[in-house]
Write a protein that binds this ligand. Structure first.
Ligand code: NAD
Ligand code: DAU
Length: 332
């Protein structure tokens, strides 16, 4: 059994990972989470207390981080400010957590010789034209567009430098857009599902032609565990499940699955600098480490996600009004 430290484990993907680890391994997990507006302890409810411990704190708190690394075999680093729209409104917390927070973890990994896996995003590569036959690979040059993606790119480069300069035992993964349970209602899919539940029309930025490459959060978790177990130190692995869809099609599918008229949505103001298309080529992860995604059917995964939001209104309702007020203030 290993002792894992999971940063950001009360967030969307981090909490899905903790559930996955408890279900599929015998590792012990310590979650370190600041519980920002995006963190929710309820996402970890029901997990056995002898397997999962929660520590409330900031990854940029060097003393706390150092004490936690002392009893840890491996760190999986999910904690981040994660939302592009927020980064356009107020970039500062993105620098504090994504850059300084990651730096703090790397220094602790260096001191303790601890294995670290850094979670990143396909957005570091910028965007693709709709008709580009190429997809992102591990060799695609970095070209981030937003304050969010530029701070994630910066954090990736810090990890690479700490591996090369100080011999830190780290790997990196860059994943495409996740969907599934426990995702904050500020994000595209949960926003539209909870809008329909509330009787609000879904909101599509611009014309809705932008393409995202959707992967179920549980497939992201199995990929991260695979990299943790078999990944080569210093390497980057792209994670994706061949799930390209344009936003308009996703909104129409949500409306159809929820028994509504497929045209019952609004076009709203576009996002500044809105990336057009992301698409991941995950050949390296599949061929070198033998990973395969399990959620091949996006429509079935989306239907299950809709069921989860219908059954868990108490989880998302406290954030819904303030989130919609933020968007309304921007004409979105
Ligand atoms: P999220 O916003 O849902 O969760 C982030 C979590 O980090 C929250 O629990 C928050 O409280 C915590 N946190 C924030 N600042 C912290 C700090 N300073 N110290 C400790 N905890 C802090 O984000 P998410 O969507 O689950 O994303 C998790 C990671 O995965 C991020 O690194 C993100 O860049 C990456 N990622 C996300 C996606 C996606 O589709 N959501 C895709 C690829 C990669
Ligand atoms: O690609 C990985 C990234 O995916 C992660 O690094 C980010 O943390 C994660 O938030 C996500 O970024 P996006 O900006 O792609 O996700 P978001 O859910 O904000 O938006 C998805 C698409 O939907 C995007 O093209 C913007 C659009 N959108 C979003 C919202 C909230 C709408 O059309 N309407 C909306 O109301």
């Amino acid at each position: 059994m290993s002792r894992l430290l999971v940063t950001g484990g009360a967030g969307f993907i981090g909490s899905n990972f903790v559930h996955h680890v408890v279900a599929h391994t015998d590792h012990h997990v310590t979650v370190l989470d600041k519980l920002t507006y995006a963190g929710n302890r309820a996402s970890l409810e029901g997990l056995p207390a002898d397997r999962v411990e929660f520590v409330h704190g900031d990854i940029a708190d060097a003393e706390l981080v150092d004490s936690l690394f002392a009893g840890t075999d491996a760190v999986v680093h999910y904690a981040a400010e994660s939302h592009n729209d927020n980064s356009l409104h107020d970039p500062r917390p993105f620098l504090d957590t994504n850059i300084i927070g990651t730096y703090t973890l790397l220094e602790a990994a260096r001191r303790h010789g601890t294995r670290l896996h850094h979670i990143s995003t396909d957005e570091v590569y910028g965007d693709l034209e709709l008709d580009d036959p190429e997809r992102f690979t591990e060799d695609t040059p970095y070209n981030p567009s937003s304050p969010y993606s530029s701070t994630k790119a910066g954090s990736d480069l810090l990890v690479r430098a700490w591996v090369r300069s100080f011999g830190v035992q780290a790997t990196i993964s860059n994943c495409s857009n996740n969907y599934g349970p426990y995702q904050h209602v500020e994000k595209f899919i949960p926003r539209q599902i909870t809008n329909v539940i509330r009787g609000i029309r879904p909101k599509l930025y611009g014309a809705g032609r932008n393409v995202r490459d959707w992967i179920h959060a549980d497939d992201h978790s199995s990929a991260v565990l695979t990299i943790l177990e078999k990944g080569r130190i210093g390497e980057t692995y792209l994670i994706g499940a061949d799930g390209e869809k344009d936003n308009k099609s996703v909104v129409e599918l949500i409306l159809e699955l929820m028994g509504q008229d497929q045209a019952a949505y609004d076009h709203v103001a576009d996002r500044a600098g809105h990336d057009l298309r992301y698409a991941i080529d995950s050949t390296k992860l599949r061929t070198e480490l033998g990973w395969t995604p399990q959620f091949g059917d996006f429509e079935a995964g989306l239907a299950a996600t809709i069921d989860w939001y219908r059954a868990n209104e108490a989880w998302w309702a406290p954030s819904k009004d303030s989130t919609e007020a933020f968007y309304a203030g921007k004409g979105q």
